[in-house]
Design a protein around this ligand. Structure first.
Ligand SMILES: NC(=O)C1=CN([C@@H]2O[C@H](COP(=O)(O)OP(=O)(O)OC[C@H]3O[C@@H](n4cnc5c(N)ncnc54)[C@H](O)[C@@H]3O)[C@@H](O)[C@H]2O)C=CC1
Ligand SMILES: O=C(O)CCC(=O)C(=O)O
Length: 447
């Protein structure tokens, strides 16, 4: 490791040892950057790393709201505006009880590099709350969202910061948030993405992260003249990203063997087909039920309580699409022992750094999250473009643009990996390609 990188990491570990996920994300990125920082001293002279690991602005606020029984609750709200060198802050909002500042800082930090990779002009940010939407009525979710936006509105704007969805924030929540923003500022601004189609949303945005990850996976396989047809695939999660990953995999002839939620996983050796996926979408998006219901509906499937899908069955490809650190070292070993030759990440930072090391050493295809799942935010960028020109592109037009962006991300990461003498290592490729654009913009703009 380069001495400049080692010093920045050590200082950060001393200052915030409790922000484990953030430190993990920084360590992963900085390890790759070691490869270029030795040769090009301008980044060290301009203290670029020191500036990149501290958010430009962090906003913490209280979110008071009433439940249906009239009881008052107070949650913590956050927006981490990480880096605006190449465009307005852009990144999702997460509503989940596990949310804390360290998790949002890791997500915001990753978002900076991811957004740079998309080829679109977007800075990086992330936000959310420790509010748990599980088990809450529509009325309670609306009450929470209105209170959240009553503070957040003053910190965002279409040229300042444009939030979107993430875990626990889908179309319903974006609607409530947008309604409250508009009520306060009295202006129809393109201030959120993931909006409904009738009120400024883009076709393909709901599908984009999952579809984009499948396109990225195809690009990796194509480098060995391989494809998805007949491949056995493990998918985790059963939310937005997982659902559209499964849909696109089915369309490309892959056999999807699993989905999961925070309670457990289902394994379906017959494969999840379009009809079974429709059942999951209804279960998760309308009934808001648990994935265990799948095994009651489809008798050949089995439900494994408290487990993730990795290692439960033989598979060629893994596409983690639930949450961070869902593939630990032992899971990664089990995947490889079962013949897995490709991991393409839909979730943010789903693999621990030990698991990543194992993939790289084994020489399997590995699509790191900031590259493989960038299709979601890229299509948010396309939503912003359509709002700006007051036009809507067709489904085919947006899908084609998304597909081209995923091809470019793969190509740019592969080229960057090759340039530093680590061909095929997309961890290095994505980190270095994402970094250079942002760091050079920071230098050009001065301090
Ligand atoms: N929605 C988007 O456009 C994007 C999402 N992502 C990432 O993809 C992942 C999934 O997000 P979405 O599908 O949007 O959220 P979602 O709220 O629609 O679904 C989340 C899924 O993850 C599962 N999950 C959550 N916490 C879990 C835990 N601790 N253990 C096991 N499973 C858990 C839930 O049961 C659910 O199936 C997250 O890591 C998110 O940051 C990344 C890029 C864009
Ligand atoms: O579409 C967006 O702006 C947010 C997407 C996001 O949060 C992510 O890429 O992790």
């Amino acid at each position: 490791m380069n001495s400049y990188v080692a010093k920045v990491l050590e200082d950060l570990q001393k200052k915030q040892p409790w922000e484990k996920e953030f430190l993990q994300a920084v360590e992963e990125v900085l390890s790759s950057l070691s490869l270029i920082l030795e040769k090009d001293k301008k980044y060290e002279e301009n203290k670029i790393l020191e500036r990149m690991v501290v958010p430009e602005r962090t906003i913490l606020f209280q979110v008071p709201w009433y439940d249906d029984k009239g009881e008052l609750h107070v949650n913590q709200g956050y927006r981490v505006q990480f880096n605006s060198a190449i465009g307005p802050y852009k990144g999702g909002l997460r509503f989940h009880p596990s949310v804390n500042l360290g998790i949002l800082k890791f997500l915001g930090f990753e978002q900076v590099f991811k957004n740079s990779l998309t080829t679109l002009p977007m800075g990086g940010g992330k936000g959310g709350s420790n509010f748990d939407p599980k088990g809450k009525s529509d009325n309670e979710v609306r009450s929470f969202c209105r209170s959240f936006m009553t503070e957040l509105y003053r910190h965002i704007g279409e040229n300042v910061d444009v939030p979107a969805g993430d875990i626990g924030v889908g179309g319903r929540e974006i609607g409530f948030l947008f309604g409250q923003y508009k009520r306060i500022v009295d202006s129809y601004d393109s201030v959120l993405t993931g909006k409904g189609l009738a009120w400024g949303g883009s076709l393909i945005r709901p599908e984009a992260t999952g579809y984009g990850n499948v396109y990225f996976c195809q690009e990796m396989l194509a480098t060995k003249k391989d494809g998805l047809d007949g491949k056995r695939v493990l998918v985790s999660g059963s939310g937005n990203v997982a659902q559209y990953t499964v849909e696109k995999l089915i369309q490309n002839g892959a056999k999807v063997l699993s989905m999961s939620d925070s309670n457990g996983a289902i394994i379906d050796e017959d494969g999840i087909d379009a009809e079974k996926l429709a059942f999951v979408m209804e279960l998760k998006n309308v009934k808001r039920g648990r994935i265990s219901e799948y095994a009651k509906q489809f008798k050949n499937a089995k439900y494994v309580e408290g487990k993730r899908p990795w290692g439960l069955v033989k598979a060629d490809i893994a596409m983690p699409s639930a949450t961070q650190n869902e593939i630990e070292l032992e899971d990664a070993k089990a995947l490889l022992a079962n013949g897995c030759m490709c991991v393409s990440e839909g979730a943010n930072m789903p693999s621990t750094n030990e698991a990543i090391k194992l993939y790289v050493e084994a020489g399997i295809h590995y699509g790191p999250a900031k590259a493989a799942n960038a299709g979601g935010v890229a299509t948010s960028g396309l939503e912003m473009s359509q709002n700006a020109i007051r036009l809507s592109w067709t489904r085919e037009e947006v899908d084609e643009k998304l597909h081209n962006i995923m091809r470019s991300i793969h190509q740019n990461a592969a080229n960057a990996a090759e340039e530093v003498g680590t061909p095929g290592n997309l961890v290095n490729g994505a980190n270095i390609a994402g970094f250079k654009k942002v760091a050079d913009a920071m230098i050009a703009q001065g301090v």
